[in-house]
Ligand binder design. Structure first.
Ligand SMILES: [Zn+2]
Ligand SMILES: [Zn+2]
Length: 622
């Protein structure tokens, strides 16, 4: 604290605004970022050797600062187990049609288990259930692929995605229920023994296998499920396909197929809910599915600075934290690397070496301050954030101290690329105290604060918000290097990163000394959220999640992607796409569900206050 005050006094004497502060002799955050984002740590993927090196570094720094292992613990590591991905373990499909010789197909060429599949070895009759979509009655749509179908004890074959030609409104609803997990659940609930997924000839990625999606589930979802290629579909439908609407179709046992899968899909694609599925008579299918789930151990790092006597009895812990893991070489999950950069080390300097460095700097400032501190400061570095907030979830699920002893959680995620003095503070809706405390702490710091109440962000704050802990998160905005190898230490704005850490140190100090712990406010979750599950296209845009503007502000575009080809660039605000008005990121996600691959749409956007228009042609999302 003393340091901050001294700096403030110096600034007042100089009459200089804080943002133009004289550069300190050395930045307290720079060396941390440079080490964590170095090639040696290889992108700090959870469970990897690079993650371990990073954790070792963080514990060494914590020890240097004078922080201790949490009470009752011998060291600062808190390991947790997680599934780091899955691969097919040799799935096979054998199709027997009447007296014809059986046709065998296998992974990796023609069969691939879905990541959430149960392992099985079974055989049985086959039923085709169209798109396998069931829309809950509450949606008032009346679409149920199983309405006139008995699938009990049968192997169900469904098409991936949802009807291609349905009107926009229906597509929007159906898209929500087209996630393969949801389709598998619907089949399981109706007594199906297994689910096979075919990407129809009229769909994007026609005939291709479904990629093994990154899935952190520890076990299967209660039903064997696999995708098969168009070749397998051809074998299944070779005898010709009937239709329940037309059970006496003119199909003769020897004649050519009366209708192909393409014909059937075309009929289904109208979205007419009365187009039903049908049995595949005479077909027996033997299915073997095997998913190998890779178990790994990740490590959270936790330490604390003890409060000074008398320690508050009302929620005596304040937690500061940042995730320190990143994407490794980017082969799992959410890399945005271009083709040329693919497989490179994702350095994660801003995401989130910057946050880890800020936490260390805050801890160091607090450790050196001599004033009273009525609450303990827990210092946390989470792993496996990038693959689903797993580290912070492990903490709140299995907390080392009762969770109702936590007064507040302060999170730092991407705080190293500040522009124009703008600091975004999210999740402030979780307690009424944040506005006042932030305003006070900012008097010395002088940031242009952008305060956002919503705690439902994809960050570690979500874990604490869910656990009822008042939380805030610091963020300096997205940028074109986000989740790419090019997020490197040389691009970090260290002066401003240090300023963020000193504002946060002052805020943490205030929370620690509050007579009464901050009350928690539950923020209502917005209802009309789009979900990426139904999105099948990519537009190559990088949304700026931080700025509140009407429309979708782009923080960049992906090189060579559809948006770049359409002439869009950083700073543009999309206000309309394919006739849908875009007010926010949720509208945008929703609108994406309605787009179709290779079908150009009109995008209306503003640039420099001027309204413009362009044509954008979406590409296929894998
Ligand atoms: Zn992050
Ligand atoms: Zn990230």
């Amino acid at each position: 604290m003393r340091k901050t005050t001294a700096l403030l006094v110096a600034l007042l004497l100089l009459g200089a605004p804080a943002s133009r502060a004289q550069r300190p002799a050395s930045s307290p955050t720079r060396s941390h970022v440079e080490f964590l984002a170095s090639d040696r740590l290889e992108g700090r993927e959870a469970g990897s050797p690079g993650e371990r090196l990073a954790a070792d570094y963080l514990t060494a720094q914590l020890a240097r600062i004078g922080a201790r292992p949490l009470p009752g613990r011998a060291d600062m590591f808190m390991p947790f187990e997680f599934t780091a991905g899955s691969r097919d373990g040799g799935s096979t499909v054998t199709v027997t049609a009447g007296a014809a010789p059986a046709r065998a197909f296998s992974a990796p060429r023609d069969v691939r288990a879905l990541s959430f599949s149960d392992d099985t070895d079974l055989s049985g009759p086959v039923v085709f259930a169209g798109y396998g979509l069931v829309v809950p009655e509450s949606q008032n749509v009346g679409y149920d692929s199983y309405a006139a179908l008995d699938v009990k004890d049968k192997i169900v074959v469904v098409l991936r995605y949802f009807p291609e030609d349905a009107d926009q409104k229906l597509r929007a609803v159906l898209a929500r229920y087209s996630d393969l997990r949801y389709k598998a659940m619907a089949a399981r609930q109706r007594g199906a023994r297994a689910l096979l997924v075919v990407t129809g000839p009229r769909s994007p990625n026609a005939g291709e296998l479904v990629p093994m999606s990154f899935d952190t589930a520890l076990a299967g979802s209660g039903i064997p499920a696999a995708s098969v290629t168009g070749a397998v579909a051809d074998a299944l439908f070779a005898a010709g396909v009937g239709s329940q609407r037309d059970p006496t179709s003119q199909r003769s046992p020897d004649g050519p197929p009366s209708r192909t899968l393409r014909d059937v899909q075309q009929e289904l694609d109208s979205g007419n809910p009365h187009v039903a599925g049908f049995d595949l008579p005479g077909i027996t299918l033997a299915l073997r599915t095997s998913v190998v789930r890779e178990r790994h151990t990740g490590r959270n790092v936790l330490a604390y600075l003890p409060g000074s006597a008398p320690v508050a009895t009302d929620r005596p812990w304040v937690v500061i934290g940042a995730h320190y893991d990143h994407l490794g070489h980017g082969d799992k999950g959410t890399s945005l690397a271009s083709k040329e950069e693919a497989g490179g080390i994702h350095h994660g300097a801003d995401d989130n070496a910057s946050g880890a460095a800020a936490v260390l700097a805050v801890a160091e400032t607090l450790a050196r301050s001599t004033g009273p501190r009525r609450r303990h400061i827990a210092i946390a570095f989470w792993s496996a954030e990038e693959i689903g907030l797993i580290g912070s979830n492990a903490f709140v699920t299995n907390p080392p101290m009762p969770i109702d002893r936590l007064a507040a959680y302060l999170n730092f995620d991407m705080v190293g690329r500040m522009q124009d003095n703008r600091l975004i503070v999210q999740a402030t809706g979780t307690s009424p105290i944040w506005a006042r405390l932030l305003e006070r702490a900012n008097v010395a710091a002088g940031f242009d604060l952008a305060v956002q109440p919503d705690p439902y962000q994809p960050s570690d704050v979500a874990s604490f918000n869910q656990a009822g802990v008042p939380s805030v998160m610091f963020f300096t905005g997205s940028h074109p290097d986000y989740h790419k190898p090019s997020d490197t230490a040389d691009k970090i704005n260290y002066d401003d990163l240090d300023r963020v850490a000193s504002l946060a140190a002052s805020l943490v100090g205030s929370v620690a000394n509050l007579a009464e712990a901050p009350p928690f406010t539950k923020v209502d979750q917005p209802v009309s959220r789009g979900s990426m599950a139904g999105v099948r296209v990519t537009t190559g845009t990088i949304p700026d999640y931080a700025t509140e503007v009407k429309g979708l502000l782009l923080s960049g575009v992906i090189g060579g992607g559809p948006a770049e080809q359409a002439g869009l660039m950083k700073g543009d605000v999309i206000v309309e796409i394919a006739g849908q008005t875009i007010a926010n990121i949720y509208d945008y996600t929703y609108a994406l569900e309605l787009l179709r691959v290779n079908q150009p749409v009109t995008v209306v956007y503003t640039r420099g206050g001027q309204r413009r228009e362009t044509q954008l042609t979406p590409g296929a999302r894998r």
